[in-house]
Design a protein around this ligand. Structure first.
Ligand code: NAD
Length: 473
């Protein structure tokens, strides 16, 4: 076979380009790197290898004070870029609302716990001393959703680094730009604070295949999956430690003792927050008959579109689900006005949500829509209300909201629904620490039981026992 000299020249040129002036091969880590120093790789194996090396260095050479400084710099760098992140979050995914994404990002930057969350346990007695300490897992594989893309990368990064790990992210392909931008900003901050390179990495071609590759890689010691039931199930089946933060369908239950006007305000605020994208957002309302009309009347004062006509509800139903009854992703996280107009229902005002009264088995009630569409179901009394709310939550153990002043009713529903988050008399986002107490996270692990994840969720408990000393009682 004749070899073209041009071909030989091309090959030689390519090889020479991989050799530096001193005649050494280029550093292995930089081959396949899309954006050197910012953690973006074009190959999953390379990304994991780089994160593995980074974690070894991090654990060996950096102490808790260093981790604290790095986390603080990450918060500052992210806050400087928060408007850009909120804007890109909307532009890249085509979902949500800028002003709400701003709130979500700020909340995560400020209220995600850091190193202080690692509190050791101590046992002392006649035999000496035992310490239970929180240690890193090593490299964590984190799968993140399209609905809160930057927020999940931020809270996972802060908690996982604070616990001494490195992280390989596998973002949703539909949120690639925003996820990569967030990762780049975090890496810039780590560099600024003198931290190791590649503590947070990802690939420039996120996909389900790459996520699977990441989860099964032997150097990934823990998987954290934030998303729908498919990915959570897959993560839990890999034979290694997994945290699953899965789907929800949060009901908001209203009884006759509630402050109805406040309940209406809170429910619309929660349900329309970022166009209903948060997994904790109110997805349906269940209200006792005696106050149902007043609740709907009060909601109508909150800049909503009230769909009264059955035909229009059916029109909406037709576009929200496809012919096979599957959720139409085209409308997830979209503005209520856009959804209404797409259904042929004229709406000129930028309304926050669409409300309508439906039967308890309507698809809007049973499916997690993630759109500002709020179905309302009327029940005869609290007994029926609790039973229905428990049924529509569907055992997700995610979030439930209740508006009531009756302690017995509140306690009964909280016990029966068994959700990870239970919000009383406030918008659902109070459960994430926005207008409510406690820290923030966008990885709420109902299925695996860690609850609202924080630094200690990403650390292993290890025991150190000293016998015959340090007992000064
Ligand atoms: P999604 O399940 O479509 O995707 C989530 C992530 O999983 C993405 O990165 C995706 O690429 C990946 N993925 C999906 N199937 C996979 C598979 N078989 N193997 C490997 N990776 C896979 O979810 P989404 O639309 O991005 O987010 C919305 C869903 O996530 C909702 O159900 C919502 O309730 C849930 N969610 C839960 C929490 C929580 O904290 N519990 C937070 C945010 C979102």
């Amino acid at each position: 076979m004749a070899i073209d000299t041009m071909d030989i020249e091309k090959v030689v040129k390519a090889v020479l380009e991989k050799i530096d002036k001193k005649g050494h091969s280029m550093k292995e880590e930089t081959i396949g790197v899309q954006n050197p120093g910012k953690g973006i790789f074009s190959n999953m194996d390379m990304a994991i290898e780089a994160a593995w090396k980074a974690q070894k260095k991090f654990f060996k050479e950096y102490n808790l004070e260093d981790r604290n400084r790095i986390i603080q710099t990450i918060r500052e760098e992210l806050m400087e870029n928060v408007e850009a992140l909120a804007r890109l979050g909307v532009d890249d995914t085509g979902m949500g609302r800028y002003e709400d994404k701003l709130v979500k990002n700020k909340l995560t930057i400020e209220k995600t716990p850091g190193v202080e969350d690692l509190k050791a346990e101590v046992y002392t007695g006649d035999s000496g001393l035992a310490l239970i300490e929180f240690s890193p897992y090593g490299v964590i594989g984190a799968i993140t959703p399209s609905t809160n893309p930057s927020e999940t990368v931020i809270c996972n990064s802060i908690g996982m680094i604070a616990a001494g790990n490195s992280v390989v992210f596998s973002p949703h392909p539909g949120a690639k730009k925003i996820s990569m931008k967030t990762i780049e900003i975090i890496n810039t901050a780590i560099e600024k604070a003198g931290g190791p390179e590649n503590l947070i990495v990802t690939v420039d071609n996120p996909s389900i295949e790459n996520a699977q590759k990441m989860m099964t890689h032997e150097k990934i010691k823990m998987i954290v999956a934030t998303g729908g039931p498919g990915v959570v199930k897959s993560a839990m089946s890999k034979g290694k430690k997994a945290i699953g933060a899965g789907a929800g369908n949060p009901p908001a239950l209203v009884d006759e003792t509630a402050d109805i006007e406040k309940a209406a305000r809170d429910i619309i605020a929660g349900c329309s927050f970022d166009n209903n994208l948060p997994c904790i957002a109110e997805k349906e309302v269940i209200v006792v008959d005696s106050v149902a009309d007043y609740l709907i009347f009060s909601m109508k004062k909150e800049n909503v579109y009230h769909l009264e006509n059955r035909e229009n509800i059916d029109r909406l139903l037709k576009i929200v689900f496809d012919e096979k009854g599957r959720l139409n992703r085209k409308y997830v996280g979209k503005d209520a006005k856009f959804i209404l107009n797409s259904a042929g229902i004229k709406c000129e005002k930028d309304v926050r949500a669409v409300i309508m009264e439906v039967k308890k088995d309507h698809p809007f009630v049973l499916e997690e829509l993630m759109m500002p569409i709020l179905p309302i179901v009327r029940v005869k009394d609290i007994e029926e209300g609790i039973n229905l709310a428990v049924a529509v939550e569907q055992g997700n153990r995610h979030t439930a909201i209740m508006h009531s002043k009756n302690i017995d009713n509140l306690t009964r529903f909280a016990r029966e629904v068994e959700t990870t988050i239970f919000v009383k008399n406030a918008p659902s986002y109070a459960g994430l620490g926005y207008g409510g107490e406690g820290y923030a996270t966008f990885t709420i692990a109902g299925p695996t039981g860690e609850g609202l994840t924080s630094t200690r969720s990403f650390a292993r408990k290890r025991k150190c026992s000293l016998v015959g000393g340090f007992s000064i009682k």
